[in-house]
Design a protein around this ligand. Structure first.
Ligand SMILES: [Zn+2]
Length: 202
C-alpha cells in the first residue's frame, strides 16, 4: 500500500543514544554554555592561526557574546540581593565585576578606574593566556569581551587595549579601557615608553 505522504511514512526516529529525557528537553537556547577548556583551546588556536584577521575574529567573537555575559552579571547581582550594575558606585562595580569574572573562571580579576574615564583591568593567570599556542601573544577573546561588557554601562563604545600579556606563575595580563580617542592617545604614549600609570593624568 502506498503511503499518503512521506511525512507519514517516515516517523521521526531517535537512536537510543539520542533520546533526550523529558526533563532535559530545554526549549530555549541557553545564553551561556560551559565548554571544556580543551574545546575552547582547540577552536581558539585554529582561529588565531588562521591566515588573515585571526586576532580580529577572536576580538569580535568576544565582543559578540559580551552582552549575554553582562546580563548574567546582572542576574548574578540580583541573586545576591544587590542592585543593577548601572546603579552601583564605581568602587562597588569594580569589586563585583572582579568577583564575577573570577567566579566565571577568567582568573584573578581586578577592575580599577584610572584618571577619569580610563579603567585598568588586571587578570592574573588569565585563562586565555594559559591557552596560547607556541609564541602566541595577546588575549583577543578577553579584549573583545571586556570592551563589550564595559560598553553595556556607557553611552559610547568602549575600546580596550591589552598593554601587558604574560603567562607563568606570576603571569598577569593588563588591559586599558576607555573611549577610542583616549585609547589611541594612551597607545601613542605607551609606545613612546611612558608608564601606563601616568596615562590619562594629562
Ligand atoms: Zn594576555
Amino acid at each position: 500500500m502506498r503511503p499518503t505522504s512521506c511525512v507519514e511514512s517516515i516517523r521521526p526516529q531517535h537512536l537510543p543514544s539520542e533520546i533526550v529525557p523529558e526533563e532535559m528537553a530545554i526549549s530555549s537556547t541557553p545564553e551561556l554554555i560551559g565548554l571544556a577548556q580543551r574545546t575552547l583551546r582547540d577552536l581558539r588556536l585554529r582561529v588565531a592561526g588562521a591566515s588573515g584577521g585571526g586576532p580580529d575574529a577572536l576580538r569580535e567573537a568576544g565582543y559578540a557574546g559580551a552582552g549575554s555575559l553582562f546580563d548574567a552579571f546582572d542576574t548574578w547581582l540580583s541573586d545576591r540581593g544587590e542592585g543593577k550594575a548601572e546603579d552601583l558606585s564605581v568602587d562597588d562595580f569594580s569589586d563585583r565585576a572582579g568577583e564575577f569574572f573570577q567566579a566565571a573562571g577568567w582568573g584573578r580579576v581586578t577592575f580599577r578606574s584610572l584618571h577619569d574615564a580610563l579603567a585598568v583591568i588586571d587578570i592574573e593567570h588569565c585563562w586565555e593566556a594559559q591557552l596560547h599556542g607556541e609564541g602566541e601573544r595577546g588575549c583577543h577573546l578577553t579584549t573583545g569581551t571586556l570592551a563589550g561588557f564595559l560598553g553595556c554601562l556607557t553611552d559610547y563604545p568602549v575600546a580596550v587595549m591589552e598593554i601587558d600579556c604574560s603567562v607563568g606563575p606570576t603571569g598577569r595580563c593588563r588591559f586599558l579601557a576607555g573611549n577610542a580617542d583616549m585609547l589611541e592617545h594612551a597607545y601613542d604614549r605607551v609606545s613612546r615608553g611612558e608608564e601606563w600609570e601616568s596615562i590619562g593624568s594629562g
